[in-house]
Design a protein around this ligand. Structure first.
Ligand code: ADP
Ligand code: MG
Length: 249
């Protein structure tokens, strides 16, 4: 078993809450309402993973499985410019974009298959100067939510999600990579979908994800990140800011 790596979020409190950063060889689930900042954190991690270890990175590249078409290269550019500001050093955002491998998932079956493609790519890059050290699925659950409606299909959905998560965990173990997934919850119960104030996938995602982070909006650009039911860390909260330059304390 390889030594667990830590990927910096770029935020002191957030890192401390996670025992240094986001763990490799583990699934970290970010859940929260629309606009709570899940995709922003995902973009920032896609940038940070490429940094050298001294700057909290893993000297790696990233694969993003984008199911809602929310990946924005322009956002990466802003965050890389933010890094230049933070470290007083020039970074080339084109270089960063080159090491972000984005795949659109058109439905849940396709999404599951993309993990196999990700394995192939990660194998190819294994001995390169930027091995894959992070895989992001944003959103993990959107297609599943849309496709499996009604009670009869719930067991089916859980089984598929479970299989998907096991594939992702395997990816994390094989490549000593961080696995970060997002899961949207709604503010109010919705009769159509049952109780979406609880993360979809509920217990299955709950038991498989090693770290569960509940994100919610606070004043202005502030977001509260709550670590929920971690196996080895206390429940805690960290406050972060989502700024144009990226995540800040
Ligand atoms: P989620 O994925 O949880 O639905 P997002 O991560 O997309 O939410 O968060 C969207 C929020 O991020 C916006 O409401 C805004 O507050 C912030 N945001 C997005 N882009 C920028 C930007 N370029 N500069 C500053 N804040 C931004
Ligand atoms: Mg999002």
């Amino acid at each position: 078993r390889k030594l667990v790596g830590k990927l910096s979020t770029g935020c002191v409190e957030f890192n401390e809450m996670m025992g240094g950063g986001i763990d490799t060889q583990a699934i970290t689930e970010m859940y929260g309402e629309f606009g709570s900042g899940k995709t922003q954190v995902a973009h920032q991690l896609a940038v940070n993973v490429q940094l050298p270890k001294e700057q909290g990175g893993l000297d790696g590249s990233v694969i993003i499985i984008d199911t809602e078409n929310t990946f924005r290269p322009e956002r990466i550019k802003q965050m890389v410019e933010g890094l230049s500001e933070k470290y007083g050093q020039e970074y080339d955002y084109e270089e960063f974009l080159k090491h972000i491998h984005v795949a659109r998932a058109f439905n849940s079956n396709h999404q599951i298959l993309l993990v196999d493609s990700a394995m192939e790519l990660a194998n190819e890059l294994k001995n390169s100067d930027k091995p894959v050290r992070l895989i992001i699925v944003d959103s993990l659950t959107a297609h599943f939510r849309a496709e499996y409606i009604g009670r009869g299909t719930l067991a089916d959905r859980q089984q598929k999600l479970n299989k998907h998560l096991h594939g992702l965990q395997r990816f994390g173990d094989l490549f000593n990579a961080c696995v970060v997934v997002t899961n949207q919850v709604m503010a109010k119960p919705d009769a159509f979908f049952g109780d979406p104030t609880k993360p979809i996938g509920g217990h299955i995602v709950g038991h498989t994800a090693t770290f569960r982070l509940y994100l919610r909006k606070s004043k202005g650009d502030k977001r509260i990140v709550r670590l929920v039911d971690s196996p080895n860390l206390p429940d805690a909260e960290a406050i972060i800011s989502v700024t144009t330059a990226g995540l800040r304390d």
